[in-house]
Design a protein around this ligand. Structure first.
Ligand code: A2P
Length: 326
């Protein structure tokens, strides 16, 4: 197999290479692309060195798959050019996610949405992936009516420059700012760009992507996204109302049975999911499992995952695994 990673010098792109190595793709032919300024750079992969090429050069080499994490504009421009060469694109940006004929996939939930003729497949937003995976079996069993989610998102979700901003501010050094305010010792109730209705693009993704992945436009979602000075992963307070009644013990059981989910919930031992301990792991961690006593069939969960892993690189490589098995 010939696999291209576009955006290979970025936070997600470099982790995609690591996950490819971890999940048995080390022997395949791997091509790496990034922006013009990185062309010629060397990247270590398994026991060899890969040389960064321009996206145009890589397109010409007719790869079987191209995995993108280089921002929406790059995906919009280049994904169709790869597709025209017969390459299947797995795209981590938001460029194609809401397009009707493009599947938006969390393999444990809706791999079957991928049709044989699909050439571009979208990887959902990191905050959406961890939430829908944790809720997937519960939704199947009790049917979600409404979700109220508040996120506490890691700076790694914004990319290399955001991590640098946090580190520089902590060290009291001058550097380029990607956030409109200091992030060190602060919380920004702001992810992405503001929309006319007062919500942000990151909040809109949680609403629309959840409905698309579950293939259910009736699910009501209300989201608030906050960026916190944390690197290890995204945390989410998730309040769910179900159509059907549930027993808490069955909720625990269903969460434990959900593939890719780990229940970490022992209040007596102060055990609950935290980004510090989820970093570097592929699973989605769920704790603080409580009945919402203020509403009928309500449930509260605290969901944490490494946004660069299951929220991005791991999910994309799982899509690749699914496609290559087919
Ligand atoms: P480069 O390192 O050359 O700028 P992150 O999200 O961590 O900031 O990473 C973004 C990734 O997308 C990097 O690999 C970056 O390459 C790549 N990238 C940005 N703009 C382009 C572009 N116009 N064409 C190809 N790759 C790009």
């Amino acid at each position: 197999m010939k696999i291209a990673v576009v955006g290979a010098t970025g936070l997600v792109g470099s982790l995609m290479l690591k996950v490819l190595e971890e999940r048995g793709f080390a022997q395949e032919e791997i091509l790496v692309a990034a922006s013009v300024k990185s062309v010629g750079k060397k990247i270590k992969f398994s026991n060899r060195e890969l040389i960064v090429q321009s996206v145009e050069e890589v397109i010409e080499q007719e790869c079987d798959y191209a995995i993108f994490s280089a921002g929406g504009a790059t995906s919009k421009k280049y994904a169709p050019l790869f597709a025209a060469k017969g390459t299947i694109v797995i795209d981590n940006s938001s460029a194609w996610r809401m397009q009707e004929n493009i599947p938006l996939v969390v393999p444990e939930i809706n791999a079957s949405a991928i049709k044989p003729e699909d050439k571009i497949i979208s990887n959902p937003n990191c905050s959406t992936i961890q939430m829908v995976l944790a809720l997937s079996l519960l939704h199947k069993t009790y049917q979600i009516k409404r979700i109220v989610v508040s996120t506490y998102q890691s700076v790694t979700g914004t990319g290399v420059k955001a991590v640098r901003q946090l580190d520089c501010e902590r060290a009291n050094q001058e550097c380029e700012k990607v956030y409109p305010h200091q992030i060190f010792e602060n919380i920004l109730p702001h992810g992405g760009d503001f929309l006319e209705n007062g919500y942000t693009t990151e909040e809109e993704k949680l609403v629309k992507e959840t409905r698309k992945i579950f293939n259910d436009q009736s699910i009501a979602v209300s989201a608030t996204v906050a960026r916190v000075p944390v690197k290890g992963g995204h945390s989410e307070s998730v309040n769910v109302e179900f159509v059907k009644p549930f027993e808490l013990k069955d909720v625990y059981k269903l969460l434990e049975e959900t593939k890719g989910v780990v229940v970490a919930d022992k209040p007596s031992e102060n055990l609950y999911p935290m980004p510090l301990y989820c970093e570097g792991k592929d699973e989605v961690f769920v704790g603080r499992i409580r009945r919402d006593e203020s509403v009928e069939n309500g449930l509260n969960l605290w969901i944490v995952a490494d946004n660069l892993r299951k929220g991005a690189a791991t999910n994309a490589i799982q899509i690749l695994e699914y496609l290559s098995r087919k």
